[in-house]
Design a protein around this ligand. Structure first.
Ligand SMILES: [Zn+2]
Length: 185
């Protein structure tokens, strides 16, 4: 049996007028987790609780965790490069200062402007990569509920469907078999 909705929930926020009690702790919250047709209100603080859910990156049912990893890795490696160059610049500057102090005259270091240019370029790339990562996180962050919570969502969903069917049958008058030969009062 395929499930009526996947265990991939997206966070939506409603206005403060539409805040409702959290499904878990009953505090008022504006955050809603949605995996259409299912949705429920939940405090955003619970989203960090690994016992409740784990973060996934996805577009619909297409996983995007690998893309997240590679964007994250790009930012990390550019950060590392920037730190290395900063280190080199500091080292050169302190060596230069020693030489300067020793000789009592300014000393040119031809590599220094080059390193600073390199650093500026790397920082520019890093900022671009972080902006891309942020945009990605905003667009594709999803939450996978812990198995117990997901099962309870599925149960609530089928209960709701059953209730709707009963209401429909009551409205149609088909819930109870008709008894044609009831004695007249
Ligand atoms: Zn709560």
């Amino acid at each position: 049996m395929t499930s009526p909705f996947p265990n991939i929930y997206q966070l939506r926020r409603v206005s403060s007028d539409n805040a409702k009690p959290c499904t878990i702790c009953y505090k008022s919250t504006q955050a809603v987790l949605v995996s259409s047709p299912d949705f429920f209100y939940v405090c955003e603080s619970h989203l960090k609780d690994k016992q409740f859910c784990t973060v996934k990156y996805a577009d619909g049912e297409d996983g995007k965790d690998a893309e997240y990893q590679s964007l994250h890795e790009e930012v990390r490696s550019l950060d590392q490069k920037a730190t290395q160059i900063q280190h080199k610049i500091q080292q050169r500057e302190s060596q230069l200062a020693k030489v300067r102090d020793y000789l009592w005259k300014p000393k040119d270091d031809e590599n220094q402007p080059d390193l600073k240019k390199q650093l500026a370029e790397i920082i520019k790339q890093r900022d671009l990569a972080s902006a891309k990562l942020e945009k990605f996180i905003k667009a594709y962050t999803r939450y996978m509920l812990d198995a117990v919570f997901y099962k309870s969502r599925l149960q609530q969903h089928s209960k709701k469907i059953r209730q709707q069917q009963i209401v429909q049958k009551l409205n149609n008058g088909t819930l109870f078999p008709s008894i044609p030969d009831l004695p007249k009062p």
